[in-house]
Each structure stands twice: as C-alpha cells, then as structure tokens.
Design a protein. Sequence first.
Length: 467
Amino acid sequence: MLLAKEILDKLTAIVGENYIFTDQETRNHYGHDETEDYVFPPSVVVKPANTQEISEIIKLANDYKIPTTPIGARTGLSGGALSIYEGIGLSMERLNKIIEIDEQNLQVTVEPAVITQVLRETVAEKGLFYPVDPSSMGSCWIGGNVAENSGGARAVKYGVTKDYVLNLEVVLPSGEIIWTGANTLKNSTGYNLTQLMVGSEGTLGVITKIVLKLIPKNNHNVLMMVPFYKAHEACEAVSAIFRAGITPSALEFMERDAIDWTMKYVEGINITIKPEHQAHLLIEVDGNYPDILMQEAEKILSVVEAFEIDEVLFADTEDQKNMLWKMRRAVGEAVKSNSIYKEEDTVVPRYMLPELLKGIKEIGAKHGFKSVCYGHAGDGNLHVNIIKGNMTDDNWNTQVPIGIREIFQLTVALKGTLSGEHGIGYVQKNYMNIAFSKANLELMESIKRVFDPNNVLNPGKIFPDND
C-alpha cells in the first residue's frame, strides 16, 4: 500500500522528520513480532512522542481510511502487532515514562512503552509489588500487556493484567482522547470501558497512559521442583494441591521434552534430570512469615507424595531459585531458536489438565507431529509448541492446521477456550468460531464498528475471515 506524498508530509509535520521512516529495513524491523516467521511491513513507521501526536495521527488515518497498527515491543505470539494491510505502523516506543508512583494509594501511572520488569523493579524499591510477570517481562511493555491481557507465572495467586488496571487514557479511532474510568478500587459507574479495552488487542483504541494498582511486596518465598514419573500425574497433582487448601504463588508444569530442549540450548542451567522423569512441577509459595511458608510447603509435599514422584528439590539459595526460573522462562525461547514451530495457548479448568495433555498427544500422533508442552498449570494454561521436526512441508501445511483445530475443539469441549494470555490476533482468528457462536462474534464485531466504523485501527485481527 503506497501512501501519497501528501499523507507522508502531514505525518512528518506531526512527529518531525526524524521520527518517520519509509526505508525497507526499518519497515521490515517493525513488521514482525515473535509469532513464528511472519513479516508484514507497514508502509511507513511513525514514532510519536505523546498522546496529542497520536491523536493527530489517528485522526489523519481515520479521515483517509489508512490502516493503522499500534506496535509495541513486538514480543507477542499471536501476530497482534503485524501490519497485515500495511498502512501506518504506529510505534509507541517514545512513550516510555513512569509518570507517578502514588505510595499512599498504592498506584502507579505509566506510559505504554515501560518495560514490565523495569516497572516491577522500580516499585519494588519502594516496598511495592506489581505481580504480573510474563515470561518476556524483561523485554515486553506494559501497553502490550494491557492490550493482550497478559498473565504469567504468578497469575495463579495474584491474577492477570486486567486485575490491576484501574484507568486508561485512550485515543479513539476518531482521534478523540478519553479516560475510561477512575483511579479508584471500586467503580460501578456506567459501562466498564476500562475492562473492555484490556485485551482488545489494539482494535478499539490506542492506549497512551495506564493507571495500575499495586500491592505491598512480600519478603519471603519457598521454591521447589517436583519430578514425576508420569506426566498425567503431574497434571492431576495440580488440582490436588488447591483442594488441599493451598494457593501457591506459582505452579508451573514442564513436560520432559520442555526441560530437555532448555538444558540443551540455554546456558547456565545445571540440574540433574533422570531418564525416567516425564514431567516436573515448579511450585512457589510466598508471604511475609517463613514459618507459615514452610508449613505450606510441607502440606504441598504431603499432597504430591500421593503420586509417583522422585526426590523433591528445594531451592536453597537465590542463585538456585533464579536458575530454576530461568529454566522455566527459557523453554519457549529454546524451542523458537532451534526449530520451526507453531505455539498455541490453550487454557482449561485446572482439573481438566490431564485430559487436555492426553488429548494433545493423541492428536499429534494422529497427524504426525510432536509437541512440547509447558505452562501455568496452576490456572489451567498450557502452552503447546508444535515442532516440525522431520515433517514434510506438505504435511506441515496441511495436517498441522487440522490438528490445531482439533486441539482447540478438545479445549473447548473441556470447558476451556483458545487463549489464556497470548491473545487471538492474526494467527488464531480463524479458530474463533470454535469458541463462539455466530451471535457472539456478531456482537463483538458490532462493538468494533461502534468504536471504529472505518475499520482503521489494527484491522484483520481477532475476527475470522469467513465468519
């Protein structure tokens, strides 16, 4: 899509000549995220400095009906930031300030390009805690977390992004600037536009400021890794831990292949894994009273000992804890860096995890592909990396999509849904009719039309091509 010189001149007048790019290298750079190997370069990359500039850009795009895609840190796994219709690539990178930390009200106001880990570390210096911790937290941005309703390892106890968003400044597709709510912990005033924006994947508005709730920081944690001889028993143990009255701060599942991939390709991990171990649970409890945490850890140990497990590893030092977390967080990276793959983000009620894992393996065997499974077992969120391996290109292109559809059909049959934290974006949109009826999808699309009648903002995402 070629943009007329008139349009480029107007964009330059808004942001300045140093913040508009039409060269192929820059366009390619902003035309991909971490979603497989897709590249969709925008026609032009624009880097605004503030809300007002974004408003002017969006108004221009709306007037001329130019597709416009908000682009964050590009760590996403569903293609949400891909400019599939070219147009304007709206990079948010210059909006990267922590505006205010309100220690009295336990709130923080940030711009969207603040790195999640930077925010966590900054508020921690003041004894505060922002719990949401996606695996990519060292590089992903808060704005993208809000747009995708990101989760992470500690969502099982503390919740996901939506549970911490109090208020948003948003530029609507018309260019108008609004605040969606109020900086209050309770709000029963009209429709909840704040939560409508969370998880909307940049299709309803451009988020320019975010007010987040914080909580006091816990001072202690206990981390253990439990090896299981049977993968399905590791899944069964997850529900058993909660039924015993314990809510861990993290409860992660890694099947054997996930650990093998990570230990092979990621440096600095020194853990003994026996050949007969099929899966591991990484379990953390946290709080302010070490004695209570040890009691909880002992209760968890008594639960998992009812299954076929080997010796439990208790992390004794911060270095050992960091190593275990590095292993868990690096699984996806190890697979992505060393194989052609597709990643799906299934989620079911946690008691259904054994059935989900069993079904995924059966579907893979049926269609000739292998999978590496891991994820946030404590909230039923299982990531499925489908590995090409020795599959022919023809089978990869024909059998795998059929298998993915069957995996999602199984997930929905188990009372789950398509994505727990990665979003739908570009790559999952044609599976949406598995999870939703025609009436559901028409209602969602009607909301999109109310906000964005010209379909300017991040078009081609979420909704099926042939719904």
